[in-house]
Design a protein around this ligand. Structure first.
Ligand code: 4NP
Length: 160
């Protein structure tokens, strides 16, 4: 099983959006049995909360299921369990470091990427935070495009 974890700050706006969109794409590609998906935040303020209303509204608009999504915090075990950790911006990558467990020789670790590393046409590699900007539409478009490319990358890399 390939495991993909999307990470942002609060786990209520960007990473649950990416989780829902990516799950939708993985399902359409017939790969649900081989790719498992979750999301988490580096902040603990919203643990147990559903996604932000703005994220739920935009997902509803595109008929993407978001039922059952509940915010959780990143945990050190994620680095061992997941194949890929996909961060929304550079500050998430920096914050992730404080959750990483001590290195164990020979142990496999998640590969950490930024989502917009998979959007070659974009020069700014950080997904803007709609919690502050209010622009959930723009974030949706970035997430949709780059998740498609992430899926293509994983399919090729993992020989799916
Ligand atoms: P997210 O947005 O990282 O995309 O989920 C945020 C949500 C909540 C907060 C910050 C960012 N907050 O400070 O509560």
């Amino acid at each position: 099983m390939i495991q993909v974890l999307f990470v942002c700050l609060g786990n209520i706006c960007r990473s649950p959006m990416a989780e829902a969109v990516f799950r939708h794409q993985v399902n359409k590609a017939g790969l649900d049995a081989v790719i498992a998906i979750d999301s988490a935040g580096t902040g603990d303020w919203h643990i147990g909360h559903p996604p932000h209303q703005g994220t739920r509204d935009i997902l509803d608009q595109y008929q993407i299921n978001h039922k059952g999504l509940i915010a959780r915090e990143v945990k050190s075990d994620d680095f061992v369990q997941y194949t890929y950790i996909i961060a929304m911006d550079q500050s998430n990558v920096t914050n992730l470091a404080s959750f990483a467990p001590a290195l164990v020789e020979g142990e496999k670790r998640a590969a950490i990427h930024k989502l917009l590393d998979f959007a070659p046409d974009r020069t700014d590699k950080n997904v803007p935070d709609p919690y502050y900007t209010g622009n959930f539409q723009k974030v949706y478009e970035m997430v949709e495009e780059s998740c498609e490319r992430l899926l293509a990358f994983i399919v090729e890399k993992e020989n799916l």
